[in-house]
Structures are given as C-alpha cells and as structure tokens.
Design a binder for this molecule. Structure first.
Ligand code: 16G
Ligand code: ZN
Length: 542
C-alpha cells in the first residue's frame, strides 16, 4: 500500500520553499546545500518509484542508486542524482518528473503525482520492496542530506524499501556498486570489490607485457581535497605493489572548506595552471606525471611542466581520449581478425586539433554529442568500442557485448584479445572514473612506451578561449547540431561571418546547463585571432 502518512510526515518535516523553482539538470539537482532538504525527499521518493518500475526477469525491483555530490562546485553547494540499474544516469524522460516532484509546494500536490505511479509500479512488482543504495562525497552537508533520505526509508517498513547506506563514496564507486547489485557478473557490490576489480585487471595487463610496477611513470595525484583522496589511499592500501608509484596531494578532507579550492581537475583545466601543492620542480621531474581528480573523482586531467622552460602542459580529456584510442586501435590491429567498430565521441568543446587527429591520423569515426555525460554515453553505446571524453576530463570507454563475444573466441591464443578484455574490466563501464581512467592512462603509457612529453606532442591544441556571458535569460538561446549552431536568437549567420574571416576559426554559443549564463567558445590558428574571434562573438551575445 502507498505509505501516505509516513511520507507526509517526512515531507512536512522538510518543507519546500515558498515558490520552488528547481530543475533536474545535466547532473541532477545542484545548488546551495541549505536549499536541498525538500529536494532530498523528492529524489528519495522518486528513486523508490524508479526501482519499482525497473523489474528484473523474476519481476523483482532492481537496485537504484542515489548519489549526493556537487562535483567540482564550491564547498557550500551540494547536489543529488539518481543512478539507473546498469549504472547509467536516470533516463531523460524521467527528469521532468524529478523536476515536478521537487517543485510541489504542498504534500497534496506531491501525493497527487507520486501516488498513482507508486501504486501502479508496486502492483506490477507484486508489492516486492524497492531497493536502493546511497552514497555521498566528503562535503560537510553530505551526512545531513543523506540522513533525510534514510529517515524517509526508515519511516517505511522494510517490506516497502530495502536500502544500503555506503556513506562516503566517489561518484564512480556508487555507479559501480549500483550496477553490481543488479549484475553479478559485473563485480562484487562493495568498495573492496571495486578496488579488487581495478587492481587485478591493471596488474594482469602489466604482467602480460612483463612490465614491473617499479618501471611505471611516477604519478602525483591532486585529489581536490575531496573524496578521491580517501578512495585513492584505500585503493593503494589494497595494492601495495602500486603504492610507491602514486603520491597523493590535496587530501585534506577533514577541512570541508578546502574542497576544490585552488586545486582539482576543474581548477587545472579552467586556469591552465598547476594546482596548490604541486610546484613546477615536481611537475618537471623525469619519468613523472601529474594528475588531478575533481571533487567526486569522476573527472581526470593530467599535466606536467616542460623541463627547461617550466611551461605548464595540459593533457586534458581530448588527449586522454587520443591516448586510449591509440592503445585500443593498436591492439585491434593485432587481432587475428575482427569486424569491430571503434568510434570516438567528443563535444563541441573538443579542440579542433584533436578531432583532426582522430579523423586524419587515427582514421576513426568521430561523433560530436551535446555537453553532459549522458549524451556522450548514449552516442558511445552505438559503437562496439565507444571512447568518449569531454575536454574537461570526464569520460570512459564502453565495450559492447558484441566486443566481448568476438574477443572470447581468441582467448588463449591472442595477447591483444586478452588485453582488450582486461581493459573492459579496468575501465569503468558505467561512467567516467578518475581512478580507473588514471590507471588506464598509466598502463597505456607503459605499453605504448611513450612518456608524458611524447603524449603531449601527439598533436598541438589550437589556441582557444572559453568565455562566460551573463545574460537576462539564457533560455532564449536555443542550439542545434550538438550545440554547435544557434537557432535562436538570430545571430548564427553573423557568427559564421566572423568564423570565415578567421584562420582555422571555430566558435559556438550555448546556454549553460548548470549556471545562469551563456558560454562562448572560440578557437583559431593563432592566439591573437582566437581572442579577436572570442571578443566578436561575445559582443554579439551581450
Ligand atoms: C555537468 C556535466 C558535465 C558538463 C558540465 C557542463 C555530468 C555528470 N556533468 O557538470 O559533464 O561538462 O555540466 O556545464 O553530466 P555547463 O552546461 O554549465 O557548461
Ligand atoms: Zn565530478
């Protein structure tokens, strides 16, 4: 039965504001942590309904994940998103429902929406309980927001809801664990299961090439003073042979105000400079590499400083995609035979030089998707091996069932097949994962025998600039063609004119999905031309 009373009492304990106007955006709900209480009730309720609606072959509800995080946002923000049974994001056609529930001002309105769905799905599930897992990053508000969810679940009998509270998790861990609860072949649904899967596959790949962990590049990892620090430490404790190869900086999770401050993947990518805690001497040491995670450890960027000049050199999501593509396409050519289709998915933010490299040098198909992980993920799934990365470092490689079936045929007599199958274990199949991506990068460098400098030289980024323009109403900006062209307002032809006057020029305008602003990207052959193009387009938008 629908637990009307229990739900009402928790709803009223965390009442919504006067005129709620929340929206489930690119990465769920994300805002000032003090405003999230009522949203937690809405999200936890919707997650129950989602679980009841996702039945396995025995008509039992599958496990749904709830992740409380605001990624690279400042410490005082927080957010929450729902993770589907296979570890992917809540489907887009459910997002408006999340928005509607969060914007109910009274329990009456709320019940009117949720009760019919709950009743319908619960009866299809023969009243079996919904199943949930929940986790949070290290933000100060995390435990409080998490307890609103558990308070709601605890107010129902366990005939209605069964949940597992993991407290502190990285975003990719929560995705992995959610999937593992529903798919035993994926892994053991615990943190140690996750660490074992990563270290086993990583060490087995090295072993196939007789690479001892001692000869790997030494990596300094900036963990953004976030959850990644605790998790990387825990991972290294379970893999002692790797612990001397990874040094952790920015690991202060005890002081929540340090999260993402002057450090982390977003800081490094946006400012194109070293984070606190890594100086240019450290960053220019031989046989070494630096890396930054973001606040919830689902994004990775790498970098180093050129030795004589001490110049900062970024290896962003585009470069990571190219490195992994090089390894994977090399392995594919070593297979006895195959008809697997590899593709690379990027967004409009990908540097034009990286896209040219994909198309002209790697001769791989390149697809442009809208910004936001779910869009890239969706496109990548269309390939047998889909490599997707946002320039900001969020990405992964998806290997299809056809891939597994084809390669199993060669097991035992093709090293390349064995390595490819292990890469499927090493690289998180659910979502971008800084730790798993970092291990894949380190393995790729060792196998391809390239160092950071040579990796950086694969191609040279065109000068580019990203500007933020605050406008009256960003909803007036409507894009098409994977956000590369504007439909409204009618300024696209003017942008086209400016681009045509610029050597290797490219520019686009898109409304942000996370902030009340419009973003303008410009790229050109020279720094000077790039700045001019950026200025011209910003001027059109203002
Ligand atoms: C969200 C997205 C991120 C994207 C960013 C763009 C997820 C999990 N996160 O943080 O991938 O790059 O939004 O922000 O999808 P913007 O729309 O404000 O430019
Ligand atoms: Zn993140």
């Amino acid at each position: 039965a629908f637990p009307s009373q229990a739900l009402e009492s928790v709803f009223n304990k965390f009442p919504p504001p006067q005129n709620p106007n929340f929206s489930y955006g690119t990465a769920g709900f994300r805002l000032g942590a003090s405003k999230l209480d009522s949203i937690m009730v809405a999200v936890a309720s919707l997650a129950i309904v989602r679980s009841l609606s996702c039945l396995d072959e025995t008509s039992t509800p599958q496990t749904i994940g709830i992740m409380i995080t605001a990624s690279h946002n400042p410490p005082q923000d927080n957010g929450v998103k729902i993770v589907d049974p296979l570890g992917d994001m809540l489907p887009q056609d459910w997002e408006p429902l999340a928005t509607k529930l969060a914007n109910c001002a009274t329990f009456k309105e709320f019940e009117k929406i949720i009760k019919p769905l709950w009743t319908k799905y619960s009866s299809a599930a023969s009243s079996k309980p919904a199943k949930l897992v929940i986790g949070r990053d290290t933000r100060e508000s995390g435990p409080r927001l998490l307890r609103i969810c558990t308070e709601l679940f605890d107010s129902f009998s366990d005939k209605l809801v069964i949940y597992r509270n993991f407290e502190e998790l990285s975003t990719p861990e929560l995705h992995y664990i959610t999937r593992s609860f529903n798919d035993v072949s994926f892994g053991v649904p615990s943190e140690s299961g996750y660490y074992d899967k990563l270290s086993n596959s990583f060490l087995r790949i090295l072993k196939l090439y007789d690479i001892s962990p001692d000869v790997l590049v030494s990596t300094t990892v900036d963990c953004a003073n976030g959850v990644g620090a605790d998790k990387l430490k825990a991972f290294l404790e379970t893999s002692p042979s790797l612990s001397s190869k990874f040094a952790i900086v920015n690991s202060d999770t005890a002081d929540p105000l340090q999260l993402n401050v002057q450090c982390g993947a977003d800081f490094v990518k946006t400012n194109q400079k070293l984070p606190n805690g890594i100086d240019s001497d450290l960053a220019s040491k031989d046989l070494s590499l630096c890396a930054s995670f973001d606040g919830d450890a689902d994004r990775l960027v790498c970098y180093f400083c050129d030795k004589p000049s001490k110049k900062f050199i970024l290896l962003d999501g585009d470069k990571i995609a190219i490195l992994l593509s090089r390894l994977i396409s090399t392995l594919i050519t070593q297979l006895p035979e195959n008809n697997l289709e590899i593709g690379i998915v990027q967004t409009a933010y990908a540097n034009g030089a990286s896209t040219s490299y994909i198309v002209n040098k790697l001769k791989l198909p390149s697809v442009c998707a809208k910004t936001g992980v779910k869009h890239l993920h969706h496109e990548a799934m269309k390939f047998d091996i889909g490599i997707y990365f946002e320039a900001n470092g969020h990405g992964t490689v998806l290997f299809s069932e056809k891939f597994t079936a084809e390669l199993k045929k060669f097991e035992g007599h093709s090293k390349a097949a064995e390595v490819l199958l292990l890469l499927k274990e090493l690289i998180n199949q659910t979502v971008g994962d800084a730790l798993s991506d970092l291990l894949a990068v380190v393995a790729s460098l060792a196998i391809l025998k390239v160092d950071a400098a040579e990796w950086a030289n694969t191609y040279h980024d065109l000068p580019n600039k990203l500007s933020k323009v605050v406008v009256k109403d960003r909803n007036l900006f409507v894009t098409t063609d994977a956000e590369r062209r504007l439909v409204k307002p009618p300024i696209q032809s003017k942008i086209d004119d400016f681009v045509l006057q610029t050597k290797q020029g490219r520019s686009f305008v898109r409304p942000s999905g996370t902030e009340d602003a419009v973003r303008v990207y410009a790229e050109a052959e020279t720094e000077e031309e790039c700045l001019r193009l950026a200025e011209q387009v910003v001027h059109l938008v203002e």
